[in-house]
Design a protein around this ligand. Sequence first.
Ligand code: VG1
Ligand code: CO
Length: 544
Amino acid sequence: MSAMTVTTQPFVGQRPGTSGLRKKVTVFQQPHYLENFVQSLFDILPDRAGKTLVLGGDGRFHNRVAVQTILRMAAANGFGCVLVGQGGLLSTPAASAVIRKRGAYGGIILSASHNPGGPDGDFGIKYNIGNGGPAPEKITEAIYQRTTEITAYQTTGDTADLDLDTLGRTMLGGMAVEVIDSVALYADLMQTLFDFEAMRAWFAAGKRMRMDTMCAAGGPYATAVLEGLLGAPVGTVVNGEPLEDFGGYHPDPNPAHATELIAAMTGAAAPDFGAASDGDADRNMILGRDFVVTPSDSLAVMAAHATKVPGYAAGLKGIARSMPTSCAADAVAKALGIPSYETPTGWKFFGNLLDAGRVTLCGEESYGTGSDHVREKDGLWAVLFWLNLLAATGESVESLVRGHWARFGRHYYSRHDWEGIPTERADALMAALRAQLPALAGQPFGALTLTQADDFSYTDPVDGSVSSRQGVRLLFEGGARIVFRLSGTGTEGATLRVYLERYDADPARHDQPTQDALADLIALADRVARIRELSGQDAPAVIT
Ligand code: VG1
Ligand code: CO
């Protein structure tokens, strides 16, 4: 086998978004499309010779083909070794764990995460650096710049497909390919963090759980840990088999898409604990019987009770949340006397804070929670954290959350997604919003008093890098907020995300339906941004 050079031309639009490059499968199936992006990545890693790379994906359609293509390119580009998840599968948190555990140079994760899969669905690719976390913007931007000028890529050519299903080591030219058991490695890591005895006892006492892995990458991990190590009855994990089209499900764990789980968690006969994870298993949704936990509350509750979990018994160094995530976790940080950080949307912004030891827990309103055990959000980790809390306190999910509100007040929170807006219209809407920011200050807003209106800009406290235009914020007296930003993960038109938050300290008012509690902010968001008028739509497509 020898390396060969294939001539190519740049494709437009290969700039990674919030989490990697995501496009329709049909776009990735074009000759040279994936290869161009991968070679652009390799080109900006000048010291790659002999290095170890981690490779795997969420198992969606095109995953296996892409793994074989990348292996051929990695060999031709001089990598020393590639660690591949068995079957070409690696959940995003497991990939992060493998990179860290094996001291790899970096990793390629093939995933479009929570986007639908299948031949007509989406595909994606992202690069993680040696700390196990998503590449920071300076790297993704360098890859993008390279895609605009690429003229050739290296590959071994038509070498036979490698066996991805059998554990062990083979050679592809001068490069070793090791098919690894990432489930075992991940399960070992979880056992260093959680009280497996207490959780086993919780199941043994007859408590019941339903974990819906949505036919995606999380299934094997959840089954091995919950049904294997913790003795949960077989059937605790549902939709546990990873399928190329996710069984037709939209693997986005929220009340709008995980409708079967919501139904199963409703009524007196429902299990005690419900949870779900997304396409690449980095997101989590937490439910009790007849009770849905918002991700922002979940982060805050976990932080408040963290010392009850062995891996966090020494306390937290700090907490970070993305800007649109509710301020519930800030209140906990304040009570604990630890720092809290507000970052732009996307896990890559937590990496420096975690590496510098400034924070232990991180979270996003988009069903993402994680800690310094890896450098990605981690769906099953969050589920085990909650399970550990249930086992340690003997409380229910609902009583833990209600107790939290009683102590810290309730941050009513909702996100409204306006999907499929023509890009020009969405851009015009954001431009109009930005243009009126200076004039908003003196205006009356009914019972609300505006204290600040800006476009969020973040200066990384560790490396000083600045990320501007990260979302338009309207902040009101008393903690109410409206945030507007455009999604960076979609593949069709634009999605406007409107984030709404209101704080209420009074337990007598903690039982309002969320949309009612936020009604004036919802109306105000539409009035200020003229959403209906400029989007041409009547209502948000998804409310979480
Ligand atoms: C969305 C979420 C963001 C999350 C990102 C990746 O991004 O809002 O919080 O980090 O998805 O999650 P955007 O730009 O569409 O709002 V995942 O589970 O796709 O890796
Ligand atoms: Co995901």
